[in-house]
Design a protein around this ligand. Structure first.
Ligand SMILES: *Cc1c(COP(=O)(O)O)cnc(C)c1O
Length: 389
């Protein structure tokens, strides 16, 4: 009997989320890949093994996850890491002192911190630019530029980078295009199709989707790049344990379902906020009033549950954050439960205040990660939180 496994990329997206990279366990027929909670694998004879030696290099549970997400992104090789930051740090080990990287200015705060506070001291140079404008990207590229890193949509301002234009620049200038696809997920956006060389995620967020682990994953198409990343993953060792890999694999099985629900709720909540608070203060790429709505529609097939709102002052933001009862006050995003946060003092606290101001992350900005609860309960929650403001 033939079944839909990792080889079969003709299967549609929702089918791949459930089956790609996995096959029933050969010894028992277990439909879920077992959690191979082991550090080492016994060898049959000197130099003869079953494809596994030591779990830093490969682990079958982790491999199932890597093949699954690679198939979802339309790539050929996946590499799971212990966190999104561990993933990015490992990717940066592709480069060496003297190399220059052009990076979006509105990236995740931890990305900026890793580059500015750690990797800069190892001789890597970074230029942060507004990647909404392809011209600015072109102008930032120098003879020592090796890569362009973009996050789209960005966290928390939901700015969109034109992936086709970025892919074209990377190809013409002979540099790598690396895309953080955490917000959109492959359910809505597949950067490799636009010419990206590496797509990566904080799988802590939508990919796992249940707020019960921390992880990262990178996917590539090219074999030579895959070999280098496999070498780094094993040599530097920022790999996840099998339990976290298994949890993520369980999460991705419902990715198509969950993203549809996040998107439907996100649209309803964004529309309600736009009516209640003014469309110019609600930042959501799915709203026709978003300045890059047309571009977002061209490269994304959905917009998810991330919405930012300019409340006008820190006091007002604090009032709303203190009042919500369904939206929980917490960092992170992308889980089934709705969360609300204050980027300036939470996710982007590591970004210097003057940089935050330049970027537009004001003290009045709040960010909603809209979950998959009943949308009427979410709107009722916001209605009472915004009351009198
Ligand atoms: C959370 C996040 C990261 C960092 O990932 P961790 O799993 O927390 O290490 C990177 N990029 C984006 C867009 C994120 O939201």
């Amino acid at each position: 009997m033939t079944r839909v496994f990792d080889e079969d990329l003709s299967a549609r997206f929702a089918t791949r989320t459930i089956h790609a990279g996995q096959r029933p366990d050969p010894t028992t027929g277990a439909i879920m890949p077992p959690i191979y909670q082991t550090s080492t694998f016994v060898q049959d004879a000197l130099g003869v093994n079953k494809g596994y030696e030591y779990a830093r290099g490969t682990n079958p549970t982790r491999q199932a996850l890597e093949r699954n997400v690679a198939a979802l992104e339309g790539g050929r090789h996946g590499f799971a890491f212990s966190s999104g930051m561990g993933c990015l740090d490992s990717l940066m080990k592709l480069f060496k002192a003297g190399d220059h990287i052009v990076c979006g200015e509105n990236v995740y705060g931890g990305t900026f911190r890793l580059f500015d506070r750690i990797l800069r001291h190892f001789g890597l140079a970074f230029t942060f630019v507004d990647t909404r404008d392809p011209q600015r990207i072109e102008e930032a590229i120098t003879a020592s530029t090796v890569a362009l890193l973009v996050e789209t949509p960005t966290n928390p301002l939901m700015r969109i980078t034109d992936l086709a234009a970025a892919g074209d620049i990377a190809r013409r200038r002979g540099i790598l295009l690396i895309v953080d696809n955490t917000f959109a997920t492959p359910a809505f956006q597949r950067p490799l199709e636009f010419g990206a060389h590496v797509v990566y995620h904080s799988s802590t967020k939508y990919l796992n989707g249940h707020s019960d682990m921390v992880g990262g994953i990178a996917v590539v198409l090219e074999d030579s790049l895959a070999e280098q990343i496999q070498f780094i993953a094993n040599a530097a060792g920022a790999v996840p344990g099998p339990m976290d890999a298994w949890l993520t694999l369980r999460g991705t099985k419902t990715l198509a379902l969950r993203m549809k629900a996040h998107d439907a709720n996100g649209r309803r909540v964004a529309e309600w906020l736009a009516n209640r608070w003014g469309a110019e203060r609600v930042i959501y790429p799915g709203l026709p009033t978003h300045p890059q709505h047309e571009l977002a529609k061209r490269q994304m097939s959905g917009f998810g549950g991330m919405i930012s709102v300019e409340t006008g002052s820190k006091e007002r933001a604090a009032t709303i954050l203190g009042r919500t009862r369904v939206y929980a006050l917490a960092e992170s995003l992308g889980g089934v439960e709705s969360l609300i946060s204050h980027p300036a003092s939470m996710t982007h606290a590591s970004v210097p205040p003057e940089r935050r101001a330049e970027m537009g992350i004001t003290d009045g900005l709040i960010r909603l990660s809209t979950g998959v609860e009943d949308v009427d309960d979410l709107i009722a929650d916001l209605e009472q939180a915004f009351a009198g403001l």
